[in-house]
Write a protein that binds this ligand. Structure first.
Ligand code: PGA
Length: 209
């Protein structure tokens, strides 16, 4: 890796799984080291223990952290079981230098991290009520039962997104096409949080459509 002390923002969900497989393979081949890197979760469900298989903390452990040489001190996940406001403040404090590289997915509704479409967006890490679409889309990790997806989450805000030195957004599958088109060509609007990336100077969008 060219930037050993990279501060990397790590999304969860289905989309980045192949990327994480490739990163683990590159590490095993001796091409990438995470020993000096700082990796950050972007969001987390409120109320889930870190060890809960549905938590993003356990997702990142399972798919990336435990397979590479990332020390505990480089693993920045939310404690979903802690007081959410304290957990958000702790995340912002740890991330005060900002992301060097922020990897992002996009929701079918245009969310980035868990910044959901609405009347307004927030700058700092905050608690958010998840939309119905998002809970449905994420039901897979909860036995397919959207009712079991927590109602609230914590997420980095648009301040950390827009302050990242570089952003790479991944979107796969036809279901994401409309959100990606709105993000890239639509009006910049809180109704499509991803559209704010139009204001960022260094964004790469990778899609398979
Ligand atoms: P997905 O989630 O990769 O599971 O589609 C992306 C997102 O909601 O940001």
């Amino acid at each position: 890796m060219e930037t050993p002390s990279l501060v990397l923002g790590c999304p969860t969900g289905r989309t980045p799984l192949e990327l994480y497989r490739q990163l683990v393979a590159a590490h095993r081949a001796g091409k990438v080291s995470f020993s000096k890197a700082q990796l950050f979760a972007l969001d987390e469900y409120v109320g889930l223990e870190r060890e809960d298989p549905g938590s993003f903390a356990s997702y990142l452990e399972r798919h990336l952290f435990r397979h590479v040489d990332l020390p505990q001190s480089g693993r920045h996940v939310f404690d979903g079981a802690a007081d959410p406001l304290d957990a958000c403040a702790a995340h912002d404090a740890a991330l005060r230098g900002g992301f060097g590289l922020l990897l992002l997915g996009i929701g079918e509704n245009g969310h980035v991290a868990f910044n959901e479409p609405g009347e307004s967006l927030q700058v700092a890490t905050h608690v958010v009520k998840l939309s119905r679409e998002t809970r449905l889309a994420n039901a897979g990790a909860f036995g397919g039962e959207a009712m079991r997806v927590p109602l609230e989450a914590m997420t980095i805000g648009m301040g950390a997104v827009l302050a990242a030195r570089e952003i790479v957004l991944l979107a796969t599958g036809e279901k994401k096409r409309r959100a990606v088109e709105t993000m890239m060509n639509g009006t910049v609007s809180t109704r499509c949080p991803a559209s704010l990336l139009q204001l960022h100077p260094r964004v790469t969008v990778l899609t398979d459509f």
